[in-house]
Write a protein that binds this ligand. Structure first.
Ligand code: SF4
Ligand code: SF4
Length: 236
C-alpha cells in the first residue's frame, strides 16, 4: 500500500478586496492519514500562505471546518486522504466553501449570516419548568430523552443546509428546524408555542421535500429527516 499520494486540489478562491473569484490548483504529496485540514495547512506552510480556511477543534466537535469536497459537504478534519481517495475514486479533489452564506474569503463563509436562521428559533431554554427549592437539577427520564437525544448532537456545521434541495430563500433549513424540535421535545422547556409557530410557518417544515439529503451528509449521523418527518406528522 502506498504511504503517500500525489494529490491535486482545485480550490475555489475569492478575494473580497479585488472582488475576484478563481479556481487555483495545488499539487502536493499527502500522507495516507493526513486529514484535509492537514493538507490545507501544508499548502499554507509550503506553498501559499494566502489560502484562507477555517477550523477550531479539529476533532469533529465544533463544525467550523466544514466545506464541500467533490461536491459533498463534510468536516475537513474528519476526512483522511486515503478515505477520500477510496470514497471518490480519484486523487483530484474540488474544494469549495459551503453555499449557506456569503463567502468572506476563499473557503470561509459568513457564519453570523448563516446563524441568523438558527437564532430565529431561539436555540436555548427560555422558560424552564419550575423546580422545588431543594432540587439541584432538572431530571429527564431516560425514555423521554431517548426520543430526542440524537437531535441534541447537532454541532451546527451547516453540512445539511448545504446539501438541502429545498431552494426557498427563507426556508429555515434542516439544522434550524432541528434546533426548534429539540426545544419542543425538551420537557424542561415550557415555551413551546414560539418554536411551533416557527416550525409550522410558511418558512418551516412544509418547505422540506423529504429528500433525506440532510441525514445522508450529517457528520454526527443524526437522522435529521426523521425528526422533520415527526414534526410534519405532528408527532413531536
Ligand atoms: S444536523 Fe448534522 S449536518 Fe446539520 S448542522 Fe447539525 S451536525 Fe451538521
Ligand atoms: S429532507 Fe428536507 S430538510 Fe432534509 S435535505 Fe431534504 S428538503 Fe432539506
Amino acid at each position: 500500500m502506498t504511504s503517500t499520494y500525489d494529490i491535486t486540489l482545485n480550490v475555489h478562491r475569492y478575494d473580497p478586496d479585488k472582488e475576484r473569484k478563481w479556481i487555483q490548483t495545488y499539487q502536493l504529496e499527502a500522507g495516507r492519514i493526513m486529514r484535509f485540514v492537514d493538507v490545507l495547512r501544508k499548502i499554507n506552510d509550503t506553498d501559499d500562505s494566502t489560502l484562507a480556511w477555517g477550523s477550531s477543534c479539529e476533532h469533529g466537535q465544533c463544525g467550523t471546518c466544514s466545506m464541500k469536497i467533490n461536491g459533498k459537504p463534510l468536516l475537513s478534519c474528519e476526512l483522511l486522504v486515503e478515505n477520500a481517495v477510496k470514497y471518490f475514486g480519484t486523487t483530484t479533489f474540488t474544494v469549495e466553501p459551503l453555499d449557506v452564506a456569503p463567502v468572506v474569503r476563499d473557503l470561509v463563509v459568513d457564519t453570523e449570516k448563516a446563524y441568523e436562521r438558527i437564532d430565529r428559533v431561539k436555540p436555548y431554554i427560555i422558560n424552564p419548568v419550575l423546580q422545588d427549592e431543594d432540587e439541584m437539577e432538572h431530571q429527564i427520564s431516560p425514555e423521554t430523552l431517548e426520543r430526542y437525544v440524537d437531535a441534541t448532537r447537532c454541532i451546527n456545521c451547516f453540512c445539511c443546509v448545504s446539501a438541502c434541495i429545498s431552494s426557498h430563500e427563507n426556508f429555515l433549513g434542516p439544522n434550524a428546524m432541528l434546533a426548534a424540535i429539540v426545544r419542543i421535545m425538551d420537557p424542561r422547556e415550557q415555551e413551546k408555542q414560539e418554536r411551533l409557530d416557527c416550525l409550522y410557518s410558511a418558512d418551516g417544515v412544509y418547505r422540506c421535500h423529504s429528500s433525506q439529503a440532510c441525514s445522508f451528509v450529517c457528520p454526527k449521523e443524526i437522522d435529521v429527516a426523521h425528526f422533520i418527518a415527526l414534526a410534519k406528522e405532528g408527532a413531536l
